[in-house]
Write a protein that binds this ligand. Structure first.
Ligand SMILES: Nc1nc2c(ncn2[C@@H]2O[C@H](COP(=O)(O)OP(=O)(O)O)[C@@H](O)[C@H]2O)c(=O)[nH]1
Ligand SMILES: [Mg+2]
Length: 189
């Protein structure tokens, strides 16, 4: 998918509005959000990746031609969140639960950790919000095939109605692309 960097903003209200649907990414710092953006864009330098947590403190938007990908700051760790406190979190939750352009949220979790406390908090928010979401079970290259199967089976048993999509940057993108394709085709009702 051809893509380019579009904008960087501090407030959700400043995300550029266009007629393109938006896909948002949420997840802890370091869970691989920027890497997934680069994977989807087919390039290494669309979004800045980092081994250090908490560097992305802005809302970065990437233009993927048919949709805008909105990379939200990793929750819990970003400097922006620390300095802006609850107001920041509320702004993000407001965006996630009530944005006319938002058609799909990708909640990214680390497959080695499963749902952390902050991931569960995000999941609850998304369940209560009105926007469709899927959970990206990320960095599965770090798990053995059998560990991945067991972990996914357990998660699916606990969260039956939630869709989990395994992903790693050296793996396939088909299922994520399909979810995006489907979401960007069907207008929300
Ligand atoms: N093994 C592995 N490492 C990954 C994967 N995706 C990201 N990483 C690494 O995880 C770290 C954080 O990635 P980044 O994309 O910056 O995370 P972000 O903070 O969520 O944007 C970097 O060192 C990446 O190279 C993956 O699928 N597999
Ligand atoms: Mg990032």
């Amino acid at each position: 998918m051809p893509a380019k960097f579009l904008s960087s903003s501090i407030r959700a209200a400043d995300i550029p509005k266009s007629n393109k649907p938006q896909i948002a990414m949420v997840g802890r710092s370091n869970v691989g959000k920027s890497s997934l953006i680069n994977h989807l864009g087919g390039t290494k330098n669309l979004a800045r990746t980092s081994a250090k947590a908490g560097l992305t403190q802005t809302i970065n938007v990437y233009d993927f031609d048919r949709f805008h990908l909105v990379d939200l700051p990793g929750y819990g760790f970003s400097r922006a969140q620390r300095s802006q406190g609850r107001g920041f979190e509320e702004m993000i939750s407001a965006y996630l639960s009530d944005s006319a352009l938002l058609v799909l949220v990708l909640l990214i979790i680390d497959s080695r950790l499963g749902f952390t406390e902050s991931d569960r908090h995000a999941l609850d928010q998304l369940k209560n919000g009105g926007v469709p979401f899927v959970v990206i079970f990320n960095k599965v290259d770090k798990l053995s095939k059998s560990a991945m199967t067991v972990a996914l089976r357990n998660l699916q048993a606990e969260f039956g109605d939630v869709r989990f999509i395994p992903h790693s940057i050296d793996g396939a993108l088909g299922e994520i692309r399909d979810a995006i394709e489907k979401a960007t085709r069907q207008p929300r009702v």
